[in-house]
Design a protein around this ligand. Structure first.
Ligand SMILES: C[S@@+](CC[C@H](N)C(=O)[O-])C[C@H]1O[C@@H](n2cnc3c(N)ncnc32)[C@H](O)[C@@H]1O
Length: 143
């Protein structure tokens, strides 16, 4: 399968599974505990969260950041994320991150549970394009 087909397949899957996505977080304490890792990461300034999904990580990022821009391609997961985090410092954007042209660069680029689903080279390129320090990106990523 080529990279474009892989990304398209991922997006179709998450659009269809949006309402089921949070179930493991409700079911497994260790998954909820993992969210606390954000407090140990160098989150600072204006943060870009790629592939935010239903926004499980977004409120924790918002607590550490000046602002959060959270991007996901699936409208269905973003609708859930918006109900989870209502904050004037958080903005949700519906976009394919591989096609999205960031309007600015960000101090921290964060993503979680995304690397294993998409082409690593594409992730690296997308992340570098968005960072204030491309090539030495302050990207943070719990797998
Ligand atoms: C495994 S979920 C992770 C969601 C969230 N980061 C979390 O940890 O709960 C992967 C997410 O990546 C999003 N995604 C996949 N490919 C994408 C792309 N090309 N652009 C934007 N979002 C994408 C999916 O819609 C889905 O919400």
């Amino acid at each position: 399968m080529d990279d474009d087909a892989l990304v398209a397949e991922q997006m179709a899957y998450y659009r269809a599974q949006a309402t089921a996505y949070d179930r493991p977080y409700a079911q497994y304490q260790e998954l909820r505990d993992l969210l606390e890792v954000v407090d140990e990461l160098p989150i600072a300034g204006d943060v870009l969260e790629l592939a935010c999904g239903t926004g499980q990580w977004t409120p924790r990022l918002a607590a550490r950041a000046r602002s959060v821009t959270a991007v996901d391609a699936a409208a269905e997961v973003l609708a859930i994320a918006r109900t989870r985090t209502a904050s004037s410092t958080v903005r949700f954007v519906e976009a394919d991150v591989f096609a999205w042209q960031p309007p600015r660069r960000y101090d921290t680029v964060f993503f979680a549970f995304w690397l294993s689903h998409v082409p690593p080279a594409a992730v690296s390129t997308a992340s570098s394009r968005c960072s204030t320090t491309p090539g030495r990106s302050p990207t943070t990523s719990p797998r």
